[in-house]
Design a protein around this ligand. Structure first.
Ligand code: ZN
Length: 132
């Protein structure tokens, strides 16, 4: 997934959630980003700020928690975190994780593919405000 595409999806979700909560302003956005997504948190934050400009979420503080890749290996029974290479090539091709214990591929991915809005903090719109 591309950083810009991901940022657009997140921005949309933030604004929909904010609207549902009757927010006048979004103060903080907390994101969970799986290591498997290969998204760059800094780049994601940058694009998010650009996309949210001019919306009620403009200037919101963005917090990104990067979640490790967690796998289960059916070959040796390993269950835990697996390293994700920090290599730009995987922005172009899919990354296939290998078991840190036995090197087997075709692992069951338990977590690390997330790209979700965990929570947002909003300021409620002024009730009874004069301008519509
Ligand atoms: Zn294994």
């Amino acid at each position: 997934m591309h950083d810009v595409t991901a940022a657009q999806q997140i921005a949309r979700q933030v604004l929909v959630t904010a609207q549902e909560q009757g927010a006048g302003r979004v103060e903080r956005i907390s994101l969970a980003l799986g290591a498997m997504t290969m998204l760059d948190p800094e780049s994601l934050e940058f694009w998010l700020e650009q996309i949210l400009r001019g919306t009620i979420a403009e200037g919101a503080q963005v917090r990104i928690e990067v979640l490790p890749l967690r796998v289960r290996c059916n070959a040796c029974g390993f269950e835990g975190e697996a390293p994700v290479p920090d290599d730009p090539i995987y922005h172009l091709m899919p990354f296939v994780p290998a078991c840190p214990e036995c090197g087997a591929q075709g692992l069951e991915v338990l977590g690390g593919g997330e790209c979700i809005v965990e929570s947002i903090r909003v300021q409620r719109a002024e009730v009874g405000s004069a301008d519509g």
